[in-house]
Structures are given as C-alpha cells and as structure tokens.
Design a protein around this ligand. Structure first.
Ligand code: SF4
Length: 428
C-alpha cells in the first residue's frame, strides 16, 4: 500500500515569518452576494432578499442558474431611480415587499435582508429594518441582515457576514458536557461523513453551523468549543468567541493530511485516546492517500500560482505542496488572518511568495515572469490568462465542489490535475 510521506517545510516555522507583499490596487473578485448561492442551498428554510440593483439580481440569478419557476429561496428587492432620488421611502417599499413575500411563501422561517452597493449608497439601515420586520413577523419568521456589498466584502466574506449575524441569535445551551461546534458551510454529504468519523472517535455532542434548518439552531454554552471548517470566517469566529465559545486552532480539513490534522486537534480537545483516533481514521485516511497519489504522478514538480479570490488559497497551497508535491510560486489571498492561518502557514516552505490584497497589473506581471504551469484564479481572469497561453483553474469551483474530508481528497486533487490533462490533450 502506498503511503504519503507528508512534506514539511524544512524551516520549523515555514512561512510564519515570511514577508508578505501587501497590495491595495485594482482587484478582480466577486462581491459577497455570491455566498447566497451556497448558503440558500444549505439553510433550507431561509430566504435571502438582496436589497440592490438589477446588476445584483443578474449576478445572483446567473451564478445560481436557478429557473424562476423553481421558486428559489433568494430574490432581489430592486432599488430604482425613485428610491435613489429619495422620492420614495425605501423603508416603506421594503416593508411592502417583505410582507408580500412572506404572505406568499409560508415556508420561509428565516429571512436575510442582504445589503448591496446601492443600499449602502442610499444609506438604507438594514439592521434597523430587520429589527422592525422581525418584530412584525415573529414568531413565524425571524428577519436578520448582513452586507454582501462589493464595497465592503469580497466573495466568501458574504458567508462570514451572514454567519456572524446568525451567530448572534444562537440559543444558550442548558445541557452539561463538552460540546463541539463545526463552523462553516459544508455539503451535506461531507457533514454526514465527518459526523460518522466523530462518532467513531467517541465524540457524540457536536453540531454544524449553519444548520440545515433555521429552526434547529445549535445551542452554545461555556463548554462549547468551535473549530472552523472554512478559513474565511474570522468575523463569525470573533462573534462566537465574544459569546464565550473557545476556538480550537487547527489547519483545514483539505486532503488526507489536512483532514487528519483537523480531526486530531478535535480529538485532543476531547481527550480521545490515540488508539481510538487511529482506529477511526486509519482506513479512510489510507483511501484518501491512495486517491491523491493517482494525481500526484501527474502533478509533482509542476508550478502553481494562486491569485487572491476565495481565502481558501493558503490551505489549498499547503495541500498541493504537501500531498501533490507541487512547487508554489505565489500564494495570493484577499486577506491574511494570521491567527486563523497560523498552523497552515507553518507548513508552507519559507521561500513561498505570499501576497495579500491585489494590484492586478503588478500581479499579472509577476505571472508573466514566473510562467506557472497552473494558475488558480477568479472567473474574470481565467479567459484572458488562457488566451496568453496559461493553464487556469477557476477558484469558484473549489468553493462550490465538496472538497473537505477524506472521501473528497481525490476529487480535490482532480480539480488541479484536470486542467493540465486537458492542456496536454489540446497540445497533442
Ligand atoms: S453588491 Fe455591488 S458589486 Fe455586488 S452585484 Fe451588487 S452592485 Fe455589483
């Protein structure tokens, strides 16, 4: 049986003290509204009402690809010229739209008012609107608000803003005993696999946040500890910490090694015996290592650059370096949360070029100079880069595809090997 010898950075601190290129120029990322696409699928009785423009409506409609007759659980209350000119009272309009929506859709138990660039421009106070509407529509429907505006948020930050708002409403835990909260939207299949593993390890008291139904919000208390399953949830973590929840420092469950490290942190926090941990994880870990190994043959030695987009870049860079033996050229991220990323950074080679933020032209100049074999980037940059002869992978696919946990490790590796295999076929 083939075994992966995890590569560690030769420097014990890896990239921890590596200087970071910080850029604040033109950036090429989605706004936080994009998070609605996976959040509305996860919380099955929630509705996301974007208070925005036709542009916002087009973004969500085309990205989610849902037919209108499918009664999707998101929509846009369009701010029109009369609202922008201050002729109409936007709050009255919003109350009317919400009342009509909730009268028609009795299945909505949680309504998010999602702020956008236009709602910010006209300074519409959505948190006050949410309080007012919640008073009106509770107990049937709770109304919360958060901002997905492109002025304030990028791409995955929308989920962070949404969960930070929802975290404020978590009930208090009354039962005794240590309790685990796994934070971040995961595909149902990934949750089911992780649940089975945790039970096998002997951990029974755990919840996922967000839950599949808003009526099943997990309760938290002084004995709750949380672990992030997604790396872009700094505000949510802060909100939970302010409610007395202790955050476990862990790498992210990507790949065989990342998943093992993530589970080991949980096992240690719950004082799980090492034999029991090994027994629970050994078989799935070996399966993951084997499925990753199939892609390593093709990818080892190939160079890769991550352009800043999803905030998954650093854990993904650790995975491709450690388990696929790829060569990291530049790892760019929109924001670098050093605390949350500490255990990931120390596993990257110390000579990795790290960048935070973006100055698009400068970054593309560096790509031209580096000539990476593969560039992971946002949708908007993929075509121009392909036209220049680069091979690309859309970072959005790494957000939409279930990639966490042992059983998905091979699929994760395939997301990196497929574009290179396609390129080879085109050249041949
Ligand atoms: S929130 Fe702003 S950036 Fe996002 S779609 Fe609407 S107008 Fe565009």
């Amino acid at each position: 049986m083939s075994q992966v010898i995890p590569i560690r950075s030769t420097d014990a601190l890896g990239c921890t003290n590596t200087p970071v290129i910080s850029e604040k120029g033109q950036r090429e990322v989605f706004c936080g509204l994009t998070g609605i696409i996976w959040l509305h699928r996860k919380i099955q009785d929630a509705f996301f009402l974007v208070v925005g423009s036709r542009t916002c409506a087009h973004l969500i409609q085309s990205a989610a690809g849902v037919m209108i007759f499918a009664e999707p659980r998101f929509g846009t209350a369009i701010i029109d010229e009369r609202d922008l000119a201050g002729i109409a009272d936007a709050n009255d309009e919003l109350d009317r739209v919400v009342s009509e929506l909730l009268a028609r859709r009795q299945d909505i138990k949680l309504l998010f008012l999602v702020g956008s660039c236009p709602s910010e421009v006209i300074k519409l106070d959505l948190s006050r609107a949410a309080e007012r509407l919640s008073r009106q529509h509770m107990p049937h429907t709770r109304v919360l608000s958060y901002s997905g505006s492109g002025i304030e948020t990028t791409f995955t930050q929308g989920e962070d803003a949404c969960l930070a708002a929802l975290a404020q409403t978590l009930p208090s835990r009354t039962t005794q005993g240590k309790h685990l909260l796994i934070v971040g939207t995961l595909a149902d299949v990934v949750e089911d696999q992780l649940s089975a593993l945790l039970r096998k390890m002997g951990i029974e008291r755990f919840d996922f946040f967000p839950p599949r139904r808003s009526t099943a919000l997990p309760a938290i208390g002084p004995e709750t500890v949380c672990v992030l399953a997604q790396p872009f949830l700094a505000d949510t973590a802060k909100q939970l910490e302010s409610k007395g929840v202790k955050r476990l420092d862990a790498p992210f469950p990507l790949g065989a090694e990342g998943t093992t490290q993530w589970l080991r942190v949980i096992a240690q926090a719950f004082a799980i015996d090492n034999n029991q941990f090994e027994e629970a994880t050994q078989a799935p870990r070996q399966r993951a290592e084997q499925s990753v190994a199939r892609h390593r043959t093709q990818l080892q030695g190939k160079s890769i650059t991550f352009l800043p987009d999803s905030q998954l870049e650093i854990p993904l860079a650790r995975f491709v370096y450690q388990e696929l033996h790829m060569k990291l050229l530049e790892v760019g991220t929109p924001y670098l949360h050093r605390q949350i990323m500490a255990l990931e950074l120390e596993q990257l080679p110390s000579n990795t070029r790290l960048s935070e933020g973006q100055s698009l032209e400068l970054q593309l100049d560096r790509c031209d100079a580096d000539q990476p074999d593969l560039i992971v980037c946002g949708l908007g940059l993929a075509n121009p880069l392909e036209a220049k002869g680069f091979t690309t992978k859309w970072s959005i696919e790494l957000v939409f595809t279930p990639i966490q946990g042992y059983e998905q490790a091979g699929d994760l590796a395939a997301l990196f090997s497929r574009p290179l295999a396609r390129k080879l076929k085109l050249v041949a």
